[in-house]
Design a protein around this ligand. Structure first.
Ligand code: NOJ
Ligand code: CA
Length: 700
């Protein structure tokens, strides 16, 4: 009898395990992992303040017992890792990857299955993922839902966009967590592609600030062969729960052991600047698998693009409707007189690029199919190799090469994935044969096969397939409307850009919020660079198309600042050459600014209000400063103590004039020069919706 009692007692004890805790290397973060009544849980503190209150872990499976309850900790393993690595391109030259790890093996006695959770605690936050080892009782499984919780410790100020399985092209909403539900409807701007999936669902990267000044960011890292995660808030308890993107039949993912989930990431600090400087998401990705990366280079480009976005010219060559690629004979059709991607016009862009030192010229609308490409869910729209009759592929290849400029390919897939994959090898080979080394791809419209979503596992696999295949051809990729980045560019550095948020194009479709670019670095950019396409000097769209009343919610000076504040190894000067020719003094900054960096400092930052960065150009002693603010305007203070003490510099300051205003006087700017050293300080006025840019050039 005694023996039986002892056995029961021991069994009870093993159900509620003791909390296991680890600290970050600097001791500021404390993670505690505990199984409570068979449910695995975690909790995260920063400097003794709760970041994530005790939250459940686990997954619900289809047609199999769940991986949520009945667990006990079977093993725990602690380790430490510390190494530095050099990105192929980036904001800094060297990145330190330093963490304390806790690997917890959970056993579910009733099913004889094991689930592992690997936690990595860095000085800037936590990453954890599920690992599913190969085992007799878990081979193939279908996810009904991942049930990871993030229990927030207060009603934080939150910078969010609505949950949507197909687009992130929303303006951010700033509200308390408890106000998300009430603001969900107004968060949607008129846009056919927006489909909000719940009243409290939001997308990541999600940025929050606690009432006592703790900055918290939730996202994911290394999203591979798994569905993208959104978060759904229980606004009574302030607990977020993960929501995976479903496939066409409602399933959330198909897995085979051994496999892992992506990392769930929580970056936190009492300084906003630390969030922007975090390299946690990159560190949780695998080192690059490419042996040769010499063909991957940052790109500064212009493009035959804004003139179509504003409606001044067209992608299509004719005005005919019901075009079928394999039936319509374009050599016999009448051009509409507005087709921008014609040989002479592209030459004009090449001349401009060559004259001003740009690497590449993007040309959209060069290929047959644009008359009838959108909204009809057509399987076969583009073949990615057939030019319109007025676009001379070979002639332009020669012209670009003679001018030492690359042409940038454009593949609008119209989201017909089957069609793109069918043509992919031929399309990439066409690029190699015709001198193109980078492609802007796009995924506008509903996905074919029908019912799949842009952010589901099936599409996640497609985007990576396209990146890997491009690498076989030494091609760099900039994918629009694709899955938001999760640091995968560490592993596949030919992924030099993504859109995956509301870019400059929306300034022509009704406008972006004035504070948009003070939020994006804290949200979308956490996972990787954005092809935001700044540099619009003619901020009134009606100057190009009288029928379009949109305007850019920014001063001209702030357009310059974005080259520094919106980090990307791919930067476009998006306006038209004839406009830049009117503002050559301001354009000089775009010519001078670097696109690859040895060092980065965040000088001032508050999400939704302002951001000031200083960056040191790669292999150079020159620095570039950029500052942006919201609609209120402000005075920014720069301390130049980041400069070398033994060097002298000339600063060229491109700022808003006193009377500048993003809406009423956007083009009022001033340019002045001054000598600076590491003792200098600057107080700089920023207009409403404004900002400034500074080139800090070493005097040799
Ligand atoms: C949307 C992209 O974001 C834009 O840059 C592109 O011009 C159009 N799709 C057409 O592909
Ligand atoms: Ca887009």
């Amino acid at each position: 009898m005694k023996k039986v009692l002892l056995f029961v007692l021991l069994a009870c004890l093993s159900i509620t395990s003791e909390a296991k805790t680890i600290l970050s290397p600097d001791g500021n973060f404390k993670l505690s992992v505990e199984v409570v009544n068979g449910v695995p849980t975690y909790q995260l503190n920063y400097k003794n303040r709760p970041v994530i209150k005790r939250s459940n872990l686990g997954l619900d499976l289809k047609e199999q017992p769940d991986l949520l309850t009945g667990f006990a900790i079977a093993a725990e393993k602690e380790s430490t890792f510390d190494e530095s690595w050099n990105p192929v391109w980036g904001e800094v030259k060297t990145i330190r990857n330093h963490y304390n790890e806790l690997l917890v093996t959970l056993s579910q006695a009733s099913t004889s299955r094991e689930l592992l959770v690997r936690f990595r605690l860095f000085d800037d936050g936590l990453g954890f993922r599920y690992e599913f080892p190969e085992q007799p009782n878990l081979k193939y499984f279908t996810l009904k839902e991942e049930k990871t919780e993030f229990a927030m410790a207060g009603d934080h100020k939150t910078f969010w966009i609505p949950g949507d399985y197909d687009t992130q092209e929303y303006n951010s909403v700033t509200s308390k967590l408890s106000e998300i539900r009430g603001k969900m409807k107004e968060a949607s701007t008129p846009n056919v592609s927006q489909k909000i999936f719940s009243e409290t669902g939001v997308q990541t990267p999600l940025m929050m600030k606690s009432p006592d000044g703790l900055y918290i960011n939730i996202h994911e890292a290394a999203l591979v062969d798994y569905s993208c995660m959104s978060l759904e808030l229980n606004d009574r308890t302030l607990v977020f729960e993960s929501v995976l993107t479903p496939d066409a039949v409602g399933d959330k993912g198909y897995l085979q052991t051994p496999c892992t989930s992506p990392w769930r990431t929580i970056v936190a600090s009492d300084k906003a600047a630390d969030i922007l400087m975090s390299k946690l998401i990159l560190n949780l990705n695998e080192p690059t698998k490419f042996e040769d990366t010499s063909w991957i280079k940052p790109v500064k480009y212009i493009g035959v693009w804004w003139e179509m976005i504003t409606g001044k010219s067209s992608w299509a060559y004719t005005d005919i409707e019901n075009v079928q690629l394999d039936v319509t004979d374009f050599s016999k059709t009448k051009p509409n007189g507005k087709h921008a991607a014609n040989t002479d016009h592209v030459k004009r862009y090449i001349d401009f690029a060559a004259k001003h030192g740009f690497d590449a010229v993007l040309v959209e609308g060069w290929n047959v199919g644009w008359e009838d490409w959108f909204g009809k869910t057509k399987d076969y729209v583009f073949d990615f190799v057939t030019p319109y009759p007025d676009f001379d592929v070979k002639g332009l290849q020669q012209y670009a090469a003679a001018n030492n400029v690359k042409l940038m390919m454009h593949h609008e897939t119209s989201s017909s994935i089957r069609n793109y994959e069918r043509h992919m090898d031929e399309a990439y080979q066409f690029m190699v044969d015709n001198g193109y080394n980078s492609v802007k791809s796009g995924y506008v419209g509903d996905i074919i096969p029908r019912g799949e979503h842009h952010y589901g596992q099936w599409m996640v696999n497609h985007y990576l397939h396209a990146i890997k295949k491009a690498a076989d051809y030494k091609i760099m990729v900039n994918a629009h409307e694709a899955i938001r980045p999760t640091g995968l560019a560490r592993t596949y550095p030919n992924l030099i850009g993504n859109e995956s948020a509301r870019g400059t194009e929306y300034e022509s479709f009704g406008g972006n919020n004035t504070d948009h670019t003070t939020i994006l670095p804290f949200t979308r950019l956490m996972g990787g660079p954005m092809d935001y396409t700044p540099g619009i000097f003619e901020t009134k769209v009606s100057a190009y198309n009288p029928a379009n009343n949109s305007f850019v919610h920014s001063t001209l000076a702030r357009q310059l600042a974005l080259y520094v504040t919106m980090y990307s190894p791919l930067q476009m000067a998006a306006d038209l050459p004839e406009t830049y020719e009117k503002f050559m003094d301001a354009f000089q900054f775009i010519k001078d600014v670097a696109i690859d960096w040895d060092d980065t400092k965040v000088l001032e930052a508050e999400p939704g209000d302002y951001i000031t960065y200083a960056r040191k150009a790669k292999n150079s002693n020159n620095w570039f400063v950029g500052s942006t603010c919201d609609e209120d305007g402000r005075t920014s203070v720069v301390n130049f103590d980041f400069l070398d003490a033994d060097k002298k510099y000339e600063a060229i300051i491109y700022s808003d004039a006193k009377d500048a205003h993003f809406e009423t006087n956007p083009q009022a700017y001033e340019i002045r020069k001054m000598k600076v050293t590491n003792k200098s300080k600057l107080s700089q006025h920023c207009a409403p919706g404004g900002g400034y840019a500074i080139s800090v050039m070493e005097i040799k």
